[in-house]
Each structure stands twice: as structure tokens, then as C-alpha cells.
Design a protein around this ligand. Structure first.
Ligand code: FES
Length: 617
């Protein structure tokens, strides 16, 4: 590559010295993650600016590069600001409409500080924000769109590394999927959970307690004043849901994959430690650029197993299954539901965290966080799996201490010996379905009852509290048209409400089946992700109220007690499937999204990317 003589200042090399950080000869104090960051910064690594991807944009002595440089100068930047330095993108999912990421404006500045400290050139790049609370019909409809945006934004710009700022549910898998496919050095910086909520003398958990107290209200046990009081208290700070919902589950899974700094997943969003995490993540990204530490260099099938085991051990959200299948797919790994169930049979649930347990994310962090929990799983994990820092899983859990055995239980005293989430199969779900058994009433894990079928969400909402609804506590509530194609977008409708007349009679749980997902903060005996879904012609489309349905979670079966001949007759009389939308993203989605057991990624995005670089002419 022909290079301008003065274009490559080496000053940043001195700034990035190999020694531990010191001030006046005194080694700086760090957090408990220090040992890894310290080691990582002392590794001798080549720092040849020619190896930077961004050099293709900025270094050549040609007209196109003249244009790139001159326009940056028009922004007030000098050669020394960006030449010869890793360009590190801060992919920020901040938005006024994403309540969980409201602190990300400040955090982006802190990431920027870390990048500058390590001699990088920070550039903040906004990407689509998927805020779980306000986006309809469901953020899951747009997970793959954000994944595509992340992949293409990374690919088409002069970016050497990226800090991925996400947290609210789908932002996590989407950003990982995009970064894996772009295969550009990337570190994930989780938003962190909200602080614990308090109402009167009660500790509230987001999501979970909203459902619980809504049921109380429906049963006539909670007045308007108390309901309003809960509304005022349950969202106590910026950050993601502070139960072990999908956001916290995916943050923990991401840390177990090696995609974050050690201990990052549980740090509450608004504490000073979270700001330090942001700065450290920025520093790490610069080093990753120099070391060319791409996702493909530290992620493999063992990492995925570590993520799965972690999700099971923390009693994590069922959504993690769908997301991990999609993430694995981007690595060219065909992850099956059977693998998930296999690991489920041998992984104890030792995180005693709501909704499956008693505590909240802040308690989990104070108890030692994920490294402490993983240290108790030691032999179940692949210990030589790598991470963004180059450290192995063994190094990341070494020395981690459990501070509170009530929150992070011992393997001898687990929340559940195994099977936190289970795969069921049978004639109603030939491709499988899942149940979070740790959040279900144990008495209902083996159950047989008559179906009460709702064709879609509006009819369920209109009919569930009808006093004349033919339903008892033994009934099996069924919702269809709620899968990836049906809703569309695979919304979190799977925790069907218990009919008001049963709530008033004291019923607290029932067996519920659907082709929907369920929020990670939800609970109950809810069988989810039935595949194939009804809108794809799955058997769920043919069930009628009164049909007998049985589930047997210990034996992993689900059975619909209707003869094959009857099924064939119903199928012959079935109306045509819903047509594909005519235009726009809805058309792309409907034509290409896969079913739940295949991760709901688009078929044309699965598999390793060939790693094509854009032409620069
Ligand atoms: Fe954003 Fe729960 S709503 S994490």
C-alpha cells in the first residue's frame, strides 16, 4: 500500500505502553476485574498501523483517501486524531423510546474516554434501539433487522473494533449476531440491571411483580391506590429489568461466551462501577483492534455450550434458547433443542434469582456476580474457552468468591438439581417446545386436562374473563397465531392470564400452551415455542376446545389425545394459511424467518459470513 510519509504517527504506541498503569510510580487501583485487564494490557503485541482495517480508507495517497481525510478535517480533526490509531466504533442503542438504555448517552462518553486513553479514535454510531416496553407488536420482529444493521454498519465503515452497547432483551442477541457475521473485533458492554425496586416494605422485581400484583388486582385484592403506588416504584432507575429476565439472562450468557469483560453482566446500571466498566470496555476494544481478536478467534461450539450451561444454571429466560440457536447459527454451528435438553439434565440451577428464585440482580452482583456462580460450575464448563481479553474461562473464574450462599447456592443445595428449562416433544409439537419448569407449579408438571382454545391474542383478551367461559383449574389454556409468522414476530404472550373467576377462587397457576414466547420475567406452567407454529400449519392449528392435552415434563412429552384419522380430517378442512405481506420489512421477515426450534433467524443470514470487505474506489 502506498502511504503518505507523514501519515502514520507512532505516538500512540508510547501512550499504549506495555507496563501496568501507574501514576508517579504507584500502580493504579482497579476493580476486581483488574487482574485480567492489567495482564491483558501488558501483553507484547505488534502495533503496525498497516494492519489496521481503517488504513485502507485513510492511508493511501490517492484521490479517494484524500476525500476521506479532508472530510474528517472538515470536522475539526487532525491526522494525529485518527491516523495510525484503531478506529473504534461505539455502537449505541440509546433512544428516548428505550427506557432501559436511558443512561447510554453518558456511558458512551465513558467508553469514548477509555478508547482515547488507549490511543484509539472513538466514533459513536447510533444503531436501531429495540426498547422492549414501547415497541409493538414485539421487539423480536426487529431482532434480525438490528443484527443486519450492526453487521453492515461495521462492514461498510473504516472500523477496526467496536464496543456494542446493548442490554434490553433483543439488543443483546442482535448485536452479537451482527458482530459475529461482520467478524470485526467487538466487545459487548451490557446496560446493566435497574436497582432493586421498593414499595412500602416490599422489594419489587420488574415484570414478575407486575404480573403478580395484576392478578391480585383482578382477584379484587388490591386497591387503585396501591396499584398506582406500585406503578410509581417498580421502575427505580435506568437499566434493564432487575429480575433474571431475558436481558439479564442474555447479559450473563454473553459474559459466559467471553464477549464482555469479566463480571460485566451483573453490574447495576447506575452505580459508579458501571461507568468504570464502560471506560474499561473502551480500552479493551483498542487492544482487540491491535490483536485482531475477532469473534471467530474466540467463539466456538464450546463457548456456546458454556452459554447454554450458564443460562440453565441461573434459571434463565426461555428466550435464551432461541437467541443462542441464532447466535450459534451465525458461527456455522447447528445447535439443536436436544443439545439444550441434554445439558439441562446435568446442569443444576444454583442462581436463586427471580422469577425462578428469591433474589434480584443487585443481590446476585453483591453475592459475587457471574464469575462466582461460574466458579461453582467449574467441571461442567469448557475451561479453555477464550474471551475478548484473550483470557480463558479458567482464568476468568479463578479466585472468584461467592459472598452469599443463599443467592448463589452450592451444588449440594441447588434451587433445582437439574432441568431448569426442558424440551418437550409429541404430536402437538413435532419440532419441540419448551417449559421453564423451575418457574412452574411442580404439581402441574405432570398434567392432563381439556383444552380451552383461543385462535389469537385479541380473542383471548376478549374472552378470558368471560364469566361464561367453560374453564376450570384443570383446563389447559391454549393460544395460537402467536409464533414467528402468526403474530407476526413471536411476541411474549405465552403467560396467558388466568381467568378472573379462577383468580377469585384462589387459583394461582394453570397449564398454558402456545406458539408464543414468554417474557423472562414471567412465570407459571407455560409451555412455549410450540413448533411448527399454527400459522405455519403446525398441529396447534387443529386443536379444538375440549380435546384432551397432557404434558409430562419428567418424561419430556406433550400429547394431544386425538386420533390420526381425526387429525387428517381436520387438516383437510383447515382454511388456507395467512398470506405473506405484500411489501416492506414485513414481507422480507415473513418470507425468510425460521421457526422457533431453528432460532428465528433469516435463512439467508445463517452460517459463517465469507468476510467480504467492501471495495474502496
Ligand atoms: Fe428492557 Fe426488561 S424492558 S430489559
Amino acid at each position: 500500500m502506498q502511504r503518505r510519509a507523514a501519515a502514520m504517527p507512532r505516538r500512540c504506541n508510547a501512550m499504549l505502553g506495555r507496563k501496568p498503569l501507574t501514576i508517579a510510580g504507584r500502580r493504579l487501583n482497579h476493580t476486581y476485574r483488574e487482574h485480567q485487564i492489567g495482564n491483558f494490557m501488558t501483553q507484547p503485541i505488534p502495533r503496525d498501523p498497516d494492519t489496521l482495517r481503517s488504513a485502507r480508507w485513510f492511508a493511501p495517497d490517492d484521490l479517494r483517501s484524500f476525500g476521506h481525510r479532508s472530510r474528517l478535517k472538515g470536522m475539526g480533526l487532525d491526522d494525529v486524531d485518527y491516523q495510525g490509531r484503531p478506529v473504534v466504533a461505539i455502537l449505541n442503542t440509546w433512544s428516548d423510546l428505550n427506557t432501559c438504555h436511558s443512561h447510554f448517552r453518558n456511558r458512551a462518553d465513558e467508553v469514548r474516554r477509555g478508547i482515547l486513553q488507549s490511543g484509539g479514535f472513538p466514533v459513536e454510531v447510533p444503531v436501531m434501539s429495540l426498547g422492549e416496553m414501547l415497541m409493538k407488536p414485539t421487539t423480536m420482529l426487529y431482532r434480525n433487522l438490528l443484527a443486519m444493521e450492526v453487521e453492515e454498519v461495521l462492514r461498510c465503515h473504516p472500523i477496526d473494533a467496536a464496543v456494542l452497547m446493548g442490554g434490553c432483551d433483543k439488543t443483546v442477541p442482535a448485536m452479537l449476531m451482527g458482530a459475529i457475521s461482520a467478524d470485526i473485533p467487538s466487545i459487548f458492554m451490557p446496560a446493566g440491571p435497574m436497582l432493586k425496586a421498593r414499595w412500602r416494605d416490599v422489594t419489587l422485581g420488574s415484570g414478575s411483580d407486575a404480573w403478580k400484583y395484576w392478578d391480585q388486582r383482578m382477584a379484587g385484592n388490591l386497591c387503585d391506590r396501591d396499584w398506582n403506588g406500585i406503578e410509581n416504584c417498580i421502575g427505580r432507575s435506568a437499566g434493564t429489568c432487575m429480575t433474571m429476565g431475558t436481558a439479564s439472562t442474555m447479559a450473563c450468557v454473553t459474559e459466559a461466551l467471553g464477549f464482555t469483560l469479566r463480571g460485566a453482566a451483573t453490574i447495576p446500571a447506575v452505580v459508579a462501577e458501571h461507568s468504570r466498566l464502560a471506560v474499561q470496555s473502551g480500552r479493551c476494544a483498542v487492544e482487540m483492534a491491535w490483536q485482531q481478536r475477532k469473534p471467530s478467534s474466540f467463539l466456538d461450539a464450546h463457548s456456546i455450550d458454556n452459554g447454554l450451561i450458564t443460562s440453565l444454571a441461573i434459571g434463565g429466560s426461555t428466550n435464551a434458547i432461541v437467541h443462542l440457536i441464532a447466535i450459534a447459527g451465525r458461527l456455522g454451528i447447528d445447535l439443536s433443542l436436544e443439545r439444550f435438553d441434554e445439558l439441562s439434565r446435568t446442569t443444576p440451577v444454583i442462581g436463586d434469582i427471580r422469577p425462578g428464585g428469591r433474589y434480584l440482580m443487585e443481590d446476585f452482583h453483591d453475592a459475587g456476580g457471574l464469575p462466582a456462580l461460574l466458579s461453582r460450575l467449574g467441571d461442567l464448563l469448557t475451561l479453555d474457552s477464550q474471551s475478548v481479553t484473550g483470557e480463558t474461562m479458567a482464568e476468568r473464574i479463578h479466585g472468584a468468591e461467592v459472598i452469599n450462599d443463599e443467592v448463589i447456592r452450592t451444588r449440594e443445595n441447588p434451587v433445582a438439581q437439574a432441568g431448569g428449562t426442558c424440551l418437550l416433544k409429541g404430536n402437538l409439537a413435532p419440532s419441540g417446545c419448551v417449559i421453564k419448569s423451575v418457574a412452574a407449579d411442580p404439581k402441574l408438571l405432570t398434567h392432563c386436562g381439556p383444552a380451552v382454545v383461543f385462535d389469537d391474542y385479541p380473542s383471548m383478551k376478549a374472552g378470558i374473563n368471560d364469566p361464561d367461559l367453560d374453564v376450570t383449574a384443570d383446563s389447559v389454556l391454549i393460544l395460537r397465531s402467536a409464533g414467528p409468522l402468526g403474530a407476526p414476530g413471536f411476541p411474549e404472550w405465552g403467560m396467558l392470564p388466568i381467568p378472573q373467576k379462577l383468580l377469585k377462587a384462589g387459583v394461582k397457576d394453570m397449564v398454558r400452551l402456545s406458539d408464543a414466547r414468554m417474557s423472562g420475567t414471567s412465570y407459571g406452567t407455560c409451555v412455549l415455542h410450540i413448533a411448527p407454529e399454527s400459522a405455519a400449519g403446525g398441529p396447534l392449528a387443529l386443536v379444538r376446545s375440549g380435546d384432551m392435552i397432557s404434558i409430562d415434563v419428567p418424561n419430556r412429552t406433550i400429547h394431544w389425545d386425538v386420533s390420526d384419522q381425526e387429525i387428517a380430517e381436520r387438516r383437510a378442512a383447515m382454511p388456507p394459511l395467512k398470506p405473506v405481506p405484500e411489501r416492506g420489512y414485513a414481507k422480507l421477515y415473513a418470507k425468510h424467518v425460521s421457526q422457533a426450534d431453528q432460532g428465528c433467524d433469516f435463512d439467508f443470514l445463517v452460517g459463517r459470513s465469507p468476510g467480504d470487505e467492501p471495495s474502496i474506489f
